[in-house]
Design a protein around this ligand. Structure first.
Ligand code: ZN
Length: 296
């Protein structure tokens, strides 16, 4: 599978100008690590992400535009690789190397119910990469068409930050995140289902609480990061102070900043405050974590 993805990129860079431009944009992206307490966040300035960062994802705006994940609206040069019910495409606006959009064959709502097993299978097949899910109200720019993304793990800060930490909570990490590990696929699916159920109950959000998910697979099995969200975008986005809108990749430690003026001035304190603001508040998070402890 990894070999096929290499070939896909090789072929698509030659034949699809939009992708070639995106790969060039990523090559020119500047990255600045910033230390926050005991961990690093990598601030990455990528001008071509400005449309995603500022995308209008309210219902009315989504209904008005053609769905860019449906085949009839894609560039004619865009080609993909089949994986079960999904097609893997090179992402023309990459944040990381080998950035793929993993798109369901059918146009239908972004919902994780019944789909988490597919994320685990993708993570196993693409073991050089992480797989992510952005909930429809927390970062997905196509909330009307089910999709995941994947990207190279060569820079994946959360993997290093959480190594050797038992979870499910990671204390003092600025963002609230639940970590699950194991080689038992059905047990992990049960754990995530249970966590989502608890989050729905605690936040009153049904059918799906606001979440981002990231998962990768290595020799020890899977590692899953579940980020429960308190809100979609931070206050500094709405006031115009900083053009940032964190989703899975940002919460995993690669913080995307499309505007140069923000890249120069954003601090570790700013990022820690944004993480705290957009992930679930401590009191609700602790209730969920306590509920999970009971069933471990
Ligand atoms: Zn669609």
């Amino acid at each position: 599978m990894i070999r096929e993805i290499d070939d896909l990129f090789h072929q698509q860079i030659q034949s699809w100008p939009l992708l070639a431009k995106g790969i060039e944009g990523l090559a020119q992206a500047k990255t600045r690590p910033v230390r926050i307490d005991w961990f690093d966040v990598f601030i990455r300035h990528i001008p071509h992400r400005v449309k995603s960062t500022t995308a209008a994802v309210d219902r009315a705006s989504i209904l008005k535009r053609p769905c860019f994940l449906c085949p009839q609206n894609q560039d004619p040069e865009e080609k993909g690789i089949a994986f079960g019910d999904f097609i893997l495409y090179s992402n023309p606006f990459p944040i990381v190397n080998r950035h793929l959009s993993i798109v369901h064959r059918e146009h239908g709502a972004q919902r994780i119910a019944g789909q988490f097993g597919n994320m685990l299978d993708l993570a196993k097949a693409l073991s050089d990469s992480f797989i992510i899910y952005n909930g429809p109200e927390c970062g997905a720019s196509a909330p009307d068409h089910l999709h995941f993304q994947s990207g190279s793990r060569e820079l994946f800060p959360i993997e290093i930050d959480t190594r050797g930490k038992p979870g499910p909570a990671i204390p003092g990490y600025a963002r609230n995140v639940l970590v699950f590990r194991g080689a038992d696929r059905s047990r992990l699916i049960d754990q995530i289902d249970r966590a989502i159920e608890l989050l729905s109950a605690v936040t009153g959000k049904a059918p799906e609480p606001m979440i981002n998910i990231a998962v990768f697979h290595d020799r020890t099995g899977w590692t899953v990061y579940l980020f429960p969200r308190g809100k979609h975008r931070p206050q500094v986005f709405h006031t115009g102070e900083l053009t940032v809108s964190p989703a899975s990749i940002d919460l995993c430690g690669i913080f995307v900043v499309p505007l140069e003026k923000d890249f120069e001035r954003i601090s570790g304190e700013n990022i820690a405050a944004i993480f705290r603001e957009v992930t679930l508040p401590d009191d609700q998070f602790n209730q969920v974590a306590a509920g999970l402890e009971g069933v471990r």
